[in-house]
Design a protein around this ligand. Structure first.
Ligand code: NAP
Length: 284
């Protein structure tokens, strides 16, 4: 079987255009605040991309840059001001944070109704109870890709590789809510290859270059590769050996151009969701 390549770039562009047209029809402009502490080069690029994507969708983007030695209390005060600001619908604090700041304290300080990353415990609870409101952007993007590719989820055997709060756990919760039978694997899982072979759907989010090999994939399975890894030669690769896996899979996401572009598009979707919900308007 030769796998269909799921084009995340195209699906993300479609979603962004749809959000832009919905925003253009609103009587107000949604506002997104992105807070960057320090000057981590990767974070700086992410924040710039988020800012541009928001502006292109008609969302008022406000980037707040704070020095690397910012005290936790000062960051919490910035968040409190954004929570109280009626022009701001979404607040995102770019991770990782410098060591003097506890990420949990920051995540818990964000108003859950403005928590466009979906990391606040209230939003985590809503997702796990099956009543999601603001859901972490990367797994939300994966669900949109699966819907676009018409991958059957109800009753499917799914495996999620990775159990982080950002990707693995919310991914598993979304798939459970969509009636899949879900295995969550991690670094202590015995015989990962055999666990994968049982799956109709493999979602890899481990951060290990090309860990998932072709002979781990059942004939006709769908492979979603969340991983973004840079090799010693500077090449960008996923967590799956794409060409090998594509030989057995029916559909697969490439790296780059698969899940990656969906993450920012879903951040915009979450900003619109938050903006509408805060005003008691119907969801987008
Ligand atoms: P993370 O917090 O480092 O979590 C990695 C998870 O993988 C952990 O649960 C870990 O297990 C598990 N793991 C590590 N090595 C393993 C192995 N050999 N076998 C099985 N499980 C293993 O990473 P993350 O934030 O979830 O990100 C995962 C990957 O997705 C990274 O490549 C990251 O760059 C990428 N990512 C992409 C996007 C995007 O927009 N496309 C967004 C976020 C992340 P333990 O829990 O036992 O340690």
């Amino acid at each position: 079987m030769t796998a269909t390549i799921i084009d995340g770039k195209a699906v993300a562009a479609e979603l962004r255009a749809e959000i832009a047209s919905r925003v253009a029809a609103l009587a107000f402009q949604p506002g997104l605040a992105v807070v960057l502490v320090g000057d981590n080069p990767a974070s700086t690029v992410y924040v710039r991309n988020k800012d541009r994507a928001a502006a292109a969708a008609g969302i008022a983007a406000r980037t707040i840059r704070l020095p690397a030695d910012t005290a936790e209390a000062a960051l919490l005060a910035t968040i409190a001001a954004l929570n109280a600001d009626p022009a701001i619908d979404g607040i995102l604090v770019q991770l990782p944070l410098p060591p003097q700041i506890r990420p949990r304290a920051v995540i818990e300080a964000i108003d859950p109704e403005k928590d466009v990353d979906g990391f606040h415990p209230l939003n985590v609870g809503r997702l796990h109870e099956g009543h999601p409101h603001l859901v972490p952007c990367t797994p939300l993007g994966v669900m949109r890709l699966l819907a676009h590719a018409k991958v059957p989820i109800r009753g499917a055997q799914a495996i999620v590789l990775g159990r982080s709060s950002i990707v693995g756990k919310p991914m598993a919760a979304l798939l459970i809510n969509a009636d899949a039978t879900v295995t969550v694997a991690h670094s202590r899982t015995r015989n990962l290859a055999a666990e994968c072979r049982r799956a109709d759907l493999v979602v890899a989010a481990v951060g290990r270059p090309e860990l998932v090999r072709g002979d781990w994939i059942a004939d006709g399975a769908t492979v979603i590769d969340v991983g973004i890894n840079r090799t010693a030669e500077g090449k960008l690769v996923g967590d799956c050996a794409t060409a090998e896996c594509a030989a057995s899979a029916s559909a697969i996401t490439p790296v780059p151009g698969g899940v990656g572009p969906m993450t920012i598009a879903c951040l915009l979707a979450n900003t619109l969701t938050a903006a509408l919900a805060r005003r008691g308007l119907e969801p987008a």
